[in-house]
Design a protein around this ligand. Structure first.
Ligand code: ZN
Length: 291
């Protein structure tokens, strides 16, 4: 099944809901970075969070999520756009922290103390930026807290994954529910109660429940309209041309020293792990292009 997201709104117009399955893209991105299971869970949740945030943007807009903590994972960076493209990486992919009960310790890996920063490129001069302290460091609650505190939108976020013993991602996905202003506190309470009652999201995903089925459970008893269904996929905006422009911007002196000391340059894209190699003649050409 390909990854996709469904966005709905209640018939009364006071609650919006999103749900997505991201198994394919989480799997691909984690494979590219060679993440160990706890790092896979953390990055997977953040990637799903990115796709949910991206689905609330207008065409051409972008969002970046930066989770930074005092744990061994150090940080999680995710970028998503309004077309359903997402990419991301973690500070240290080889983190595998376990809780005493044997479950993956995402909060311990990221660290209990830290910040979540959300930056949105809305096509304005300056990006919109909001920061909150990490709340649970389990990724989903931290995003919900950001939405409530920084954007003043009462929201519930669920992010989950099911990772096999061999480390492969069997299922990943998530949901987001938001009260639409003017906020009706009763509606918010009702939704929160329904989330409490629902089976764990990881179980639903592992049972191959679709985004539509997850939304049906969340909105049971609340009539709604489906607004959109969109495909989600991993995509990185890096290219050889872009890397060349970065190298050129380093200046003649830097490029000449790469030429003399290393006889070339190798650049790896942090987001996708793609390697770009430049030999001596490439560097000569780039040096000639420095203004
Ligand atoms: Zn890349």
């Amino acid at each position: 099944m390909t990854d996709y997201l469904v966005r709905i709104i209640s018939k009364q117009g006071n609650v919006r809901g999103l749900a997505c399955v991201t198994t394919g893209l989480v799997s691909e991105i984690c494979q590219r970075h060679g993440t160990l299971p706890t790092a896979t869970a953390a990055l997977g949740r953040a990637l799903t969070a990115g796709t949910l945030m991206g689905a609330l943007l207008k065409t051409g807009q972008r969002v970046a999520l930066r989770y930074e903590g005092n744990g061994p994972l150090k940080k999680i960076l995710v970028e998503a756009d309004s077309n359903g493209s997402v990419r991301g990486y973690v500070g240290d992919p080889h983190v595998h922290e376990l809780r005493p009960d044997g479950k993956l310790d995402v909060a311990g890996a990221l660290g209990r103390a830290g910040f979540l920063t959300v930056a949105k490129d809305l096509g304005l001069k300056e990006p919109y930026r909001g920061t909150v302290q990490l709340h649970s460091s389990e990724i989903a609650q931290d995003l919900a807290l950001y939405l409530v505190e920084s954007e003043q939108i009462p929201s519930a976020v669920g992010l989950a994954e099911f990772i096999e013993l061999d480390g492969t991602v069997a299922a990943a996905g998530g949901f987001m529910i938001q009260a639409v202003p003017p906020v009706d506190p009763e509606v918010v309470e009702e939704l929160m109660a329904r989330i409490e009652w629902m089976p764990p999201l990881s179980e639903l995903l592992h049972a191959k429940k679709s985004p539509e089925e997850i939304l049906e459970l969340l909105f049971a008893g609340t009539p709604y309209d489906i607004l959109e269904k969109r495909e989600l996929a991993f995509a990185c905006s890096c290219s050889r041309e872009r890397i060349e422009r970065v190298l050129i911007s380093m200046g003649k002196k830097e490029l000449a020293s790469l030429h003399e000391e290393q006889h070339g340059a190798e650049v790896t894209c942090e987001y996708c792990g793609e390697h770009y190699a430049f030999d001596e003649s490439d560097l000569d050409r780039l040096i000639a292009e420095v203004k």
